[in-house]
Ligand binder design. Structure first.
Ligand code: VGL
Ligand code: ZN
Length: 207
């Protein structure tokens, strides 16, 4: 069994959003096109409380992009984004949400961030996605979405760590690129960990 995992395709990560990823909206048709090819389609949703520790606005005198220590872990500071119940946290316009089998929310604890769809950044608490996929008999996961250099990367790496065969749908991802080259480095890191690269056209053309 295989599953498509659509990471954080939410209003705040597409152009016009609070933490807009360049061309982030381009992944929507890729996701929609692939959904029909998978029996199981899972989405993750960044889902922060307003007092989340990853928001620069919650740290006096700190700027977006600075790195602080948050409860013992390095934390990049971001603009306020994906606050629970706000429009920015909703799935991006046009995403075929009716085709989602399950949604896993993450980043819900103020004191720790969660880039991966499987665990928080300290690997202390699981979202339940790993157990759920295992219960469904999933062995192969196809990861796509936003952003390549953060949530997509950590989801793919944790997937490998949990023993799944992980595929990155290259054209179904876009990155933040806080520093130039971050996306390329993220792809190489994933590849080095055993993540296999695939393009959506290859999935669509397979029998
Ligand atoms: C993400 C930064 C902060 C992501 C989420 O979805 O990649 N990046 N929160
Ligand atoms: Zn976030």
């Amino acid at each position: 069994m295989r599953a498509l995992i659509v990471v954080d395709v939410q209003n705040d990560f597409v152009p016009g959003g609070a933490l807009a990823v360049r061309e982030g909206d381009r992944v929507v048709p890729v996701a929609n096109g692939l959904m029909g090819r998978f029996q199981l389609v899972v989405a993750t949703q960044d889902w922060h409380p307003a007092d989340h520790g990853s928001f620069a606005a919650n740290h006096l005198g700190k700027q977006v992009g600075e790195v602080i220590e948050l409860n013992g872990f390095p934390q990049v500071l971001w603009p306020v984004h994906c606050v629970q119940g706000t429009r920015g946290a909703e799935f991006a316009a046009g995403l075929a949400v009716e085709k989602l089998t399950r949604v896993f929310r993450k980043g819900t604890e103020a004191g720790i961030d969660s880039y991966s769809g499987f665990f928080d950044n300290g690997h202390r608490r699981a979202t339940g996605m790993g157990d759920w996929l295992n219960e469904k008999g999933v062995r192969d996961i196809y990861v796509m979405g936003l952003a390549t250099d953060y949530c997509v990367k950590f989801t793919a790496l944790d997937g490998v760590g949990l023993g799944f065969n992980v595929w990155l749908v290259e054209d179904g991802c876009r990155g933040v690129e806080l520093r130039a080259g971050d996306v390329g480095r993220a792809v190489e890191e994933m590849r080095g960990a055993g993540v296999k690269m695939i393009r959506s056209a290859e999935i669509l053309s397979a029998a």
